[in-house]
Design a protein around this ligand. Structure first.
Ligand code: TYD
Length: 205
């Protein structure tokens, strides 16, 4: 059985990534592979409970990181690895790059802390491809305001926070060029979709 591919989707809040996840799944299926769509924080029953806590209760960055990686440990062991082993492709809405971007870039946690947690929790697993939806934080903020949902602890942050999150994502992408694909997410959903489709086909030609 050929191992499945592990694809992650990242970006600042309001970048619009979530609206393209089903589309990505359809592209994988069109290639003849089974696909599992999952998300972080979350993806397991305990992980979903941790999600509720971490998104709605302000806490120190180190506590945030530990809860994210606690949830991630269960997710990798119980869901992601078994699926990949069985040949299923996994598309994950956020993964450890979010911890580097939000807990380190946004909150100021030392990157060594998150690098150590990453090495502890998934020493042998990295995404085969990461689609980073990149947009300037002012545009993302406007999009979110229009959605009108009640904001979680991250969505309540100011534009300066998301500038730092964005920069941390871009820095990480420069360090791991082989797997990062930067998607210009400033255009209409149709424009973004066609960029994503072309990039996906290039990755998995
Ligand atoms: P998100 O996935 O954007 O969900 P929704 O679209 O329902 O708001 O929200 C999850 C939030 O969690 C997002 O603001 C980023 C944050 N986050 C971290 O800070 N660190 C992490 O490791 C992960 C996975 C997410």
């Amino acid at each position: 059985m050929r191992r499945g591919k592990f694809i992650t989707v990242e970006g600042i809040d309001g970048a619009g990534k979530s609206s393209h996840l089903e589309f990505l799944c359809a592209r994988v299926r069109a290639k003849g592979h089974g696909v599992l769509l999952t998300r972080e924080p979350g993806g397991t029953p305990i992980g979903e409970q941790l999600r509720k806590m971490v998104l709605h209760q302000p806490m120190p960055a180190v506590a945030e990181a530990l809860l994210m990686f606690g949830a991630r440990s269960l997710h990798v062991n119980d869901v992601i690895e078994p699926a990949l082993e069985a040949g299923t492709w996994v598309i994950c809405d956020r993964f450890s790059d979010s911890s580097f971007a939000y807990q380190c870039g946004g909150r100021g946690l030392d990157t060594h802390v998150v690098a150590n947690l990453e090495a502890l929790v998934h020493p042998a697993l990295q995404p085969d491809a990461t689609y980073l939806f990149d947009v300037d934080p002012a545009t993302a903020y406007e999009r979110q305001r229009k959605e009108g949902r009640s904001p979680d602890v991250f969505e309540r942050e100011q534009v300066a926070f998301f500038e730092r999150v964005r920069e941390a994502y871009l820095e990480r992408s420069r360090q791991q060029l082989y797997r990062f694909h930067i998607i210009d997410a400033s255009g209409t959903p149709e424009m973004v979709r066609s960029i994503l489709a072309a990039e996906f086909e290039r990755t998995f030609a």
